[in-house]
Design a protein around this ligand. Structure first.
Ligand SMILES: [Zn+2]
Length: 101
């Protein structure tokens, strides 16, 4: 029952995921999810390591004449998150991937 133990330890720290464990293929899915989470954590840690600057949330107008976003500010696209910081004396903005934010 080593596998069950592994599932238990993974879920113990994250309440709410127990639901997945009741399915037969849950361990497999859980492992895939945990791999994804680990990958994201690694990305976040990598960012934390060098983080300096500001996080900005913005919405965008696409410029497409048929799109509502041009007239309705509530229909703008986004939100997108940008990480702004000073690099080599210049202000740099990076758009962050949704999974990072
Ligand atoms: Zn638009």
């Amino acid at each position: 029952m080593q596998g069950d133990h592994a599932v238990y330890t993974m879920t113990a720290s994250t309440p709410g995921r127990e639901l997945l464990v009741s399915k037969p293929d849950a361990a497999e899915r859980l492992r895939a999810i945990d791999q994804k989470i680990d990958a994201l954590k690694a990305q976040i840690l990598a960012i934390d390591h060098v983080v300096r600057g500001s996080l900005t949330q913005r919405t965008k107008v696409c410029g497409n004449p048929g799109c509502r976003c041009t007239e309705d500010s509530a229909a703008r696209h986004g939100p997108y998150f940008e990480w702004g910081r000073i690099e080599a004396g210049r202000r740099v903005n990076s758009q962050l991937r949704p999974e990072v934010t």
